[in-house]
Design a protein around this ligand. Sequence first.
Ligand code: FAD
Length: 318
Amino acid sequence: MKRLWQRGMIALARSSAVKDFMQGRDGMRKLAQRFVAGPDVASAFATAERLLDEKGIRTSFYYLGEYVDRLELVQENVDQKLAIAARLADADLDVHISVDPTQIGLQTDAEQVGPRARSIGRAIALASGGKPGLHCLMLDMEDASVVDVTLALHDDLRRLELPAAVTLQAYLRRTEGDLIRLIAAGAKARLVKGAFVGAKHVAFATEPEIKANYRKLVALMLSEEARESGFYPIIATHDDRIQAEALALARENGWPQSTYEFEMLLGVRSDVAEALAQQGERVRLYVPFGRDWWPYAIRRIGENPANGVLLARSLLAR
Ligand code: FAD
């Protein structure tokens, strides 16, 4: 039942006719507000300030837009990320700026991806005003074919001493090796389960296998060796059991609070995020913004069949 519902929502996310129709409806816009900050940088900052002031929760900004395969869209994405960085200098926030390599040209002019990532990284470094570790460029991880290029981008930014972190996916078999290397380098990495499916020889296929690998990787991320190397772990899951296990590991292996963090998506299990923050844990929410909000919002709705009632009500509301 859950899979059927999710597949239906993914089909809706892909249809541009449905997208145009839904983005014009007030009821849908209201429903999306739970998962998306708003259309522009100003609304994203307003959400980040509210989260920090009211809940003590930090932010990762993500400019919405999928399948960026035209140069003018690439430029729009880069401009949005630079606009965030410019505004950060005057804000009292701790922010990650999420970047998909395809958003900055991997499908259009791949040779320019490195220079674009560097210019965003430099703008973020400038906004941090000499406080290392304050803001950073977080590389999101897309499908298995771009893992090498994404890791190389990350390494290049770090070599230039620009503030960078990278996302690793537990569904991939190779991730353990990638993680061991990043731990030894004292890097900053975000662990997710992975939103993609891969061939059997590169990827774990079932939920229990992916979960088991996630747990194994969390144990590496929060090991004593990782702490000693200066590695910074970001545990990005809504699974509260795994979060509890991670907390137990952190305590057991001497990780002080704020030397690791949890990350979740805006609007998903907010009670869990808030409870962690109240315990003094460092929590960050992934805050998407932009005009192209339908495909993202409907996928989040699709992750939980209980959202069906909300969806029906929002459709009826016009
Ligand atoms: P699941 O096992 O899916 O869920 C755990 C619990 O949370 C379950 O009880 C479930 O019902 C509940 N839950 C989950 N989603 C919802 C929802 N929408 N509404 C209500 N309840 C829900 N993937 C990538 O491939 N690349 C990336 O760069 C990437 N970046 C990410 C960044 C962040 C901050 C996060 C949180 C996820 C990211 N993902 C990324 C997605 C990730 O790979 C998973 O697909 C997603 O997080 C679901 O896995 P989970 O571990 O959260 O938990």
